[in-house]
Design a protein around this ligand. Structure first.
Ligand code: URA
Length: 447
């Protein structure tokens, strides 16, 4: 085989065999195929696409390129949850305990923040003592004992994806559905869970900007699941606006803990219950109605809260009787409403950028973050405000960027003189068989 011939196959609209894909990817990892050849290969995929079979082959090859976690000892009870990335998205911290309290074995490897979106590992590391770098033995022992473990991805999890992603980033080849789907799924397949629930974020603060694009990505990822013997469900949820009120690492952990204790924002609880119920449904092979009933019982009885505390303690996190001890900033600076009116929209992307500018995210790979800082919204879409009322609070460690971020947060809000209805929380769902669900009948299970 010659690299140029393999590239030309796709350029001319053909389909690669499994052997050709394996040969090209292996050659790239060993250095026999150069970056410029892989860049041409990636662009051919962007322009011509890949079949479901090719996408599954690529996913499998990337998953097999490094460490693979064997969760077969957990039978059908293992489940993972993945979000495609958003602002204020702390659902994993709530969904994990809810599902584990219902007997699901949640063994999850998570990432750090990417661009304006936060990462679960950064959030968890704001809890003093919490360890995210676990040996495989400890990872397995904890999921068996507590039912829940969340660790950082091992350096050698899907290394082919890591190398490819870095090249995509600098060659204009990120926005391709088969490449995004195989990139996300290669890490999920390598992490080993039998059941996978995907939260495909859609809107201004997400990588997917329309429900149609989110549905196409959902179908590609559930298709990979079927080809690789995993049960995968994808739910599209709103990311036009931040989820909940808090954005920033320790602030988001606090909000997640408050939610498990019955004092969290309704949108965050609703999305968390829906995702947890899908995990419980798949793991126990029961109806969605029964799964929702079990998740609500785990929430109202305080069982999920207890699992959350056991999990944090198992990973070395310091706790008090009311939750983990979390660091806080000394200063909370209000952002005044620039005008009187009804809040018509809050742009999640701009809010995420504001939190990054305060130090909650990384400007470059490996940069330090300030776990205490962030933004807490004081108003939601539909609320009436008077000019000068606080619409948000900046939790800051110093005053360096405060005025600029205040302006940025004000620019994220738009106002109306008419009443404004809330946005939907859910836009679509693709089930494990690849069928798009009628959303109204699915939502009826949560009524
Ligand atoms: N997240 C990933 O892991 N990969 C992509 O390609 C896009 C988002």
């Amino acid at each position: 085989m010659k690299p140029a011939d393999v590239i030309a196959t796709k350029r001319d609209g053909g389909e690669w065999t499994s052997d050709e894909l394996q040969w090209f990817l292996t050659g790239y990892l060993t250095g026999e195929i150069a970056d410029y050849q892989m860049a041409a290969w990636l662009m051919a995929v962007c322009l011509r696409g890949m079949s479901e079979r090719e996408t599954a082959d690529l996913t499998r090859i990337m998953a097999e390129s490094g460490d693979q976690v064997d969760l077969s000892g957990l039978g059908s009870l293992s489940a993972d949850k993945h979000s495609s990335g958003g602002v204020g998205d702390k659902t994993s911290l709530i969904v994990g305990p809810l599902a584990a309290a219902c007997g699901v074995k949640v063994a999850k490897m998570s990432g750090r923040g990417l661009a304006h979106t936060g990462g679960t590992i950064d959030k968890l590391e704001s809890i003093p003592g919490f360890q995210t770098d676990l040996s495989l033995e400890r990872f397995m022992a904890q999921v068996k004992r507590v039912g829940l473990v969340i660790a950082g991805q091992t350096a050698n999890l899907a290394p082919a994806d890591k190398k490819l992603y870095a090249l995509r980033d600098v060659t204009g080849t990120v926005p391709s559905i088969p490449l995004i789907a195989s990139s996300i799924m290669s890490k999920k397949i390598a992490a080993g869970a039998k059941n996978i629930v995907l939260d495909v974020k859609m809107g201004a603060g997400a990588f997917m900007r329309t429900p149609e694009d989110a549905a196409i990505l959902s179908k590609a990822m559930t298709g990979i699941g079927r080809q690789l013997n995993r049960r995968v469900v994808a739910v599209t949820t709103d990311m036009n606006e931040p989820l909940g009120m808090a954005i920033g690492n320790a602030l988001e952990v606090k909000e997640a803990i408050d939610t498990l204790r019955g004092q969290g924002p309704k949108d965050l609880l609703a999305v968390s219950v829906a995702l947890a119920a899908e995990m419980v449904r798949l793991a126990h092979d029961i109806s969605l109605d029964e799964a929702v009933r079990r998740v609500r019982q785990a929430y109202h009885s305080g069982q999920a809260w207890q699992v959350c505390m056991d999990w944090i303690e198992a990973q070395g996190g310091e706790t008090t009787p009311t939750g983990p001890s979390l660091p806080e900033t000394a200063q909370k600076i209000p952002v005044p409403a620039p005008q009187t009116g009804v809040v018509a929209a809050i742009n999640a992307l701009t809010i995420g950028q504001g939190a990054m500018d305060l130090g909650a995210g990384r400007a470059y790979l490996g940069a330090p973050i300030d776990q205490k800082v962030g933004i807490v919204l004081a108003r939601r879409r539909g609320d009436h405000v008077q000019k000068g009322d606080p619409i948000a609070f900046l939790h800051v460690s110093h005053l360096d960027h405060v005025e600029r971020v205040q302006g940025l947060i004000q620019s994220a809000f738009t106002f109306s003189d008419q009443p404004v209805a809330p946005l939907p929380l859910f836009y679509g769902r693709v089930d494990e068989d690849g069928n798009e669900t009628d959303l109204q009948s699915w939502l009826a299970a949560f009524a």
